[in-house]
Design a protein around this ligand. Structure first.
Ligand code: F6R
Length: 262
């Protein structure tokens, strides 16, 4: 795992956008894992801008989102499908038929989850998985005690996650209490993981996730097992990290980061 600290949220999003853009340029048929949430909105704006102004081409990209709320149909205004269509898919030239999210309204949610995992495998696995982190330390909706080898399945949302996300609903009381989520095992099989974390309210959980012991109580700690995981954070989110100086040194000196030092 590598931690890269940027001065602010805009710079963290910009670096993440450049890494995703480079991955698409290197492999135009990239299988891209996507996340939703507040943190990603700015990032998707930047990717849309790169498409408009620099011709970043999503024509052959396939995408798989991490999660969807159980009970919400794709066309529901509060579904993650609607979020993705609004923030990214309608603003770039990705083919909608190449964008996958679990169907929250599937009559058999367990079968839907198993099928989702199988679709990821059929596409050759995820090349680059974008992740955020929730207040419980979840990646996707892998709440505390999610098995570190779990597959896509339904999970009960924690009270903390309900409090985190219900204000995003048109009516907070509409927020479902369960979600379909890629499992921790599914996520860490991705060839590369990029976790983007910004804001001081994430500082405590980020420190536990990257510098604490691996535990199913904090599913993001499983990323420590991943052979190629980059965590991009702003100074505010980095505030509680013990090795901040070392992480700065990496960005300032490692050749991999040369192109990104303006
Ligand atoms: C959503 C997802 C979640 C979020 C996390 C952070 O698809 O995967 O793990 O990334 O809850 O959400 P924000 O960015 O709203 O703080």
């Amino acid at each position: 795992m590598e931690v890269i600290i940027r001065p602010d949220a805009a710079a963290a999003c910009r670096l993440t956008a450049h890494l995703i853009a480079n991955a698409i340029r290197e492999n135009p048929r990239l299988v891209l894992g996507l996340a939703t949430g507040r943190t990603m909105e700015k990032l998707y704006e930047m990717l849309a801008q790169m498409h408009r102004e620099n011709g970043l081409d999503f024509a052959e990209v396939q995408s798989f989102n991490l999660d969807e709320y159980v009970g919400l149909a794709p066309e529901d205004p509060d579904s993650y499908r609607t979020y993705m269509n609004h923030h990214l898919f309608s603003k770039v030239n990705i083919k909608l038929e190449n964008t996958y999210l679990p169907n929250g309204a599937a009559p058999d949610p367990d079968a839907e989850c198993a099928e989702y995992d199988a679709q990821i495998t059929a596409c050759g696995g995820i090349g680059l998985q974008l992740l955020g982190i929730g207040r419980t330390g979840h990646i996707g909706f892998n709440e505390p005690l999610s098995a570190l080898r779990s597959r896509t399945r339904c999970k009960a949302l924690s009270p903390e996650t309900m409090a985190q996300n219900s204000p995003l609903f048109s009516d907070p009381a509409r927020m479902p209490r369960r979600a379909m989520t890629m499992g921790v095992g599914t996520i860490i099989e991705s060839k590369r993981c990029l976790m983007l974390v910004t804001g001081d309210e994430k500082a405590d959980i980020l420190a536990k996730a990257v510098e604490g012991p691996i535990t199913s109580m904090i599913s993001a700690t499983a990323l420590q097992l991943h052979p190629r995981c980059t965590v991009i954070v702003d100074e505010a989110a980095a505030a509680k990290l013990q090795q901040r100086e070392y992480y700065h040194w990496i960005f300032d000196n490692e050749p991999e980061w040369d192109p990104y030092r303006a």
